[in-house]
Design a protein around this ligand. Structure first.
Ligand SMILES: *[C@@H]1O[C@H](CO)[C@@H](O)[C@H](O)[C@H]1NC(C)=O
Ligand SMILES: *[C@@H]1O[C@H](CO)[C@@H](O)[C@H](O)[C@H]1NC(C)=O
Ligand SMILES: *[C@@H]1O[C@H](CO)[C@@H](O)[C@H](O)[C@H]1NC(C)=O
Length: 447
């Protein structure tokens, strides 16, 4: 099954109709359920109730489950556990509640330090879970940020029915100073195998980082630590956040570039060991990894989000969700070209007191493209030309200040797809630092 992580905290103005629209959209692209990330907002339960009503009203069979955000919710006392239990008991009988093994599916963001009045994490979560019996029984798949190899000896594994590796979605260990060594030394995959399976043609840096992006090291650690319990992997298209010390005090990037397609292909290759995949995220504007529409209430991320719709990535998601769920890449009925790039060179200077995000140096001034071709063709990306095979392939070309993004797919000398990137320019003089992605696509026929 494929889930998408939804930050309920960004849905304050949502109506039931907004939820219906989002659920229909997610369902259309092969997402089976929303993980509803709830924090301490007092209005959160009301939005969750609306989401469940909306899911039922769509008639799609789309599922929902709660993801308790333990970076926001209190979890020091036993009373804190009691106050969270209605998130399970209120929906246990709802037709759109995701069940697994006949139990209420429940996830978290963090929670590895929650004690709920007890001495250990294992005892703490037992305090929360043990009253939930019978029809309220929970299938607990947390994303604990603790070392998976300790879970067995600390008893944490006993409270888990499965495990979600949030950070498996990005190569989080890659930094400006180590990424080149990391790329060269990561031998958990055969580079040539993955790159050819990924049909990658691109700039030298992209070829190098492709090895990091397709590493299954973090997944393997989890699968082994879970001792046969189901593993949930993360997949994400991007990461850039830019908050001043006076607000959320975080400004950094993770290596992404050609990540989304590469990671999906890896998950599809290992799908027999990965029963659940969670797309991070549907609507987390603050960290730039949304694939849903820009709506609701942004967490003061307008400076890097407005004008940067990512729904081309949602469209691309369908190809991968189909392959992941069925084991076969779907037959293509139209040609599609997706392109993306950052809005300004990584070294551009902006009048922005927050400064450049940590690790921006490892990014590449490039335009990235994914092609889904019904048959062989020729791809033109700005002045670069590539021979395209049938099916999936992806590309990168260098981008210089002032460049536009122009992409066309030709067959027998005639254009079959032309991508319109509107007024996009790789801007050498940005008004503020923005390492989000401008993403767009074009296709032949209806798609
Ligand atoms: C559970 O339902 C009660 C009664 O409708 C409601 O007051 C409460 O807010 C709900 N809590 C959650 C977490 O959904
Ligand atoms: C912001 O975070 C950094 C570490 O990431 C820390 O050194 C600094 O003190 C924090 N600033 C504020 C105002 O909290
Ligand atoms: C392109 O121009 C339109 C209309 O002038 C504007 O709304 C939009 O934000 C611009 N897009 C970008 C990426 O600058």
């Amino acid at each position: 099954m494929v889930f998408a992580h939804v930050i309920v905290g960004n849905t304050y103005p949502y109506t039931v109709q907004d939820w219906e629209t989002d659920i229909n959209l997610a369902h259309a692209y092969g997402i089976d359920a929303f993980a509803l990330n709830v924090g301490a907002d007092t209005w959160g339960p009301a939005r969750v109730a609306d989401a469940y009503s909306a899911a039922e009203a769509t008639g799609t069979g789309f599922k929902l489950f709660i993801s308790l955000d333990m970076s926001s919710l209190p979890c020091t006392s036993a009373a804190d556990a009691t106050s969270l239990q209605p998130y399970v008991t209120n929906y246990t009988s709802h037709p759109n509640q995701l069940k697994y093994d006949n139990k209420v599916f429940l996830s978290t963001f963090a929670g590895e330090t929650c004690l709920f009045g007890q001495a250990t994490t294992a005892q703490g979560w037992t305090t929360f879970l043990s009253p939930l019996t019978g029809t309220n029984a929970v299938f607990f798949v947390p994303s604990f940020f603790s070392d998976p190899t300790t879970w067995s000896s600390t008893g944490v594994l006993n409270v888990m029915d499965g495990g979600f590796s949030w950070n498996s979605a990005w190569p989080v260990d890659a930094t400006a100073s180590n990424y080149q060594t990391l790329a060269a030394s990561d031998t958990s995959q055969s580079t040539s195998l993955i790159i050819s399976a990924n049909q990658f043609q691109g700039t030298q840096n992209s070829l190098l980082v492709e090895n990091i992006l397709t590493s299954t090291g973090p997944d393997a650690t989890y699968v082994s630590a879970l001792q046969g319990k189901p593993y949930m992997a993360g997949v994400s298209p991007w990461f850039f956040t830019h908050y001043s010390p006076q607000t959320y005090n975080k400004s950094f990037v993770y290596l992404a570039d050609s990540l989304y397609a590469s990671r999906w292909n890896t998950l599809i290759q290992y799908r027999n060991s990965i029963p659940f995949v969670e797309v991070i995220t549907w609507n987390d504007y603050g960290e730039s990894h949304y694939i849903g529409p820009i709506k609701g209430s942004q967490p003061n991320s307008q400076a890097w989000v407005d004008g940067y719709d990512h729904q081309a990535w949602l469209h691309m998601t369908k190809y991968f969700t189909t392959a992941y769920k069925t084991g076969a890449y779907p037959a293509l009925t139209s040609d599609v070209v997706y392109v993306w790039a950052r809005p300004h060179p990584k070294d551009a200077t902006a009048p922005d007191s927050i400064g450049k995000p940590t690790n921006y140096e490892m990014l590449e001034d490039a335009m990235f493209a994914v092609v889904l071709a019904t048959s062989g063709a020729t791809l033109q990306l700005n002045l670069h030309s590539f021979t395209v095979p049938a099916g999936f392939s992806h590309y990168s070309i260098p981008l210089s200040a002032g460049d536009k993004m122009q992409a066309s797919l030709f067959r027998n000398g005639a254009p079959v797809v032309q991508v319109d990137s509107g007024n996009y320019t790789f801007n050498p003089n940005p008004p503020s630092y923005n390492y989000n992605a401008f993403v767009t696509f074009g296709c032949s026929g209806s798609c």
